[in-house]
Design a protein around this ligand. Structure first.
Ligand code: A3P
Length: 319
């Protein structure tokens, strides 16, 4: 699609206010896409050629994406780097595992060169399952989805918007307004329930293709529950010797919230798009929503999510 056609398309799409900044959200292929990302989405869908060896990390924003990137990178590269020289100590996880539509394909004048990347390429996207490029679905590449209970995801997203808005001209939206938009499905890459259900169903239909992880499960049992499962799925299972030598625990400590948050590389500086690296690390806990949502908000969202997820077999422990 040419630039002027994209511009025309943008003009025709339904739009809503974004939670921060001067950009807006447009309704594209059934989800709410930040207007500034439309070009990257279309270019990614059109040009990306998946390899069978690719590992694609997916999520709704603020669901544990940063964590899953760090974990996948550390698992896959554990024989290349030791604990002392691990790139995670000096490079932000979003730079090690870039977003395709938000980073790699965002440039209107140049397509990224992904051919020179060595296998396995670890890449990421926030696109809903039905909007993934055909080659991701059709190839043998593997997809890891991380999700989080909607209450914490909403509150995390709202805080992220507050931080983001400080640098923009527009004041941030109050929580009540964001909550209302959230219940209408209006937030980056929302509606939440469509996003999670798309990947949930794919993970049930194709368990060797799509691994479905929950932030709360990672918090509860990162080592022998989730990391074992993740490493096996990625094609890099831990050997009995590694298990015995504590390699799993070393990886979970390296990627822990406390460790990553305190690294100089994650405290200062910005990522592409002007996002502060530090804005990806806030509290890192389950249940912080209880400090913000009123009982009536909790009831409204709980009822809504239960209705949307009814019959799917998917549920969240945290509410
Ligand atoms: P909170 O705002 O609730 O603290 P994403 O990476 O998808 O943008 O999600 C960001 C959320 O994950 C933030 O949640 C952030 O603090 C938390 N987070 C970031 N790194 C983490 C890690 N290594 N372990 C656990 N949580 C992490």
């Amino acid at each position: 699609m040419e630039a002027d056609q994209e511009e025309e398309l943008l003009q025709t799409l339904p739009r809503e206010r974004n939670w921060y900044g001067t950009s807006y959200l447009c309704h594209f292929q059934g989800f709410w896409c930040p207007s500034w990302a439309i070009h990257g989405v279309i270019s990614f869908q059109k040009h990306f050629q998946a390899r069978d060896t690719d590992l694609i990390l997916t999520s709704v924003p603020k669901s544990g994406t940063t964590w899953s990137k760090a974990l996948a990178f550390a698992i896959v590269n554990r024989t290349r780097y030791g604990l002392e020289d691990n790139p995670l100590l000096t490079v932000n996880p979003h730079e090690l595992v870039p977003f395709m539509e938000l980073n790699l394909y965002v440039n209107k004048n140049r397509l990224p060169n992904l051919e020179d990347r060595s296998d396995p390429r670890i890449l990421s996207t926030h696109l809903p399952y039905p909007s993934l490029p055909v080659s991701i679905i059709d190839s043998g590449c593997r997809v890891v989805y991380v999700c989080r209970n909607p209450f914490d995801q909403l509150i995390s997203h709202w805080h992220f918007s507050l931080k983001r808005a400080q640098e923009d001209v527009d004041p941030p939206l109050p929580l009540e307004e964001c909550f209302d938009l959230y219940c209408k499905g209006v937030h980056s890459f929302g509606p939440f329930w469509d996003h999670v259900l798309g990947y949930w169903k794919a993970s049930l239909e194709k368990p060797n293709k799509v691994l479905f992880l929950k932030y709360e499960d990672l918090k509860e049992d990162v080592n022998f529950g989730q990391l074992l499962k993740l490493a096996k799925f990625l094609g890099f299972p831990f050997s009995a010797e590694e298990e015995r030598d504590g390699v799993i625990e070393q990886i979970s400590s390296l990627c822990s919230f406390e460790n990553l948050k305190d690294l100089q590389v994650n405290k200062t500086g910005e990522l592409a798009g002007g996002f502060k690296k530090s804005s990806h690390f806030r509290k890192g806990v389950v249940g912080d929503w209880a400090n913000y949502l009123t009982p009536s908000m909790v009831k409204r969202l709980k009822d809504l999510v239960e209705e949307k997820l009814a019959g799917s077999g998917l549920s969240f422990k945290a509410f």
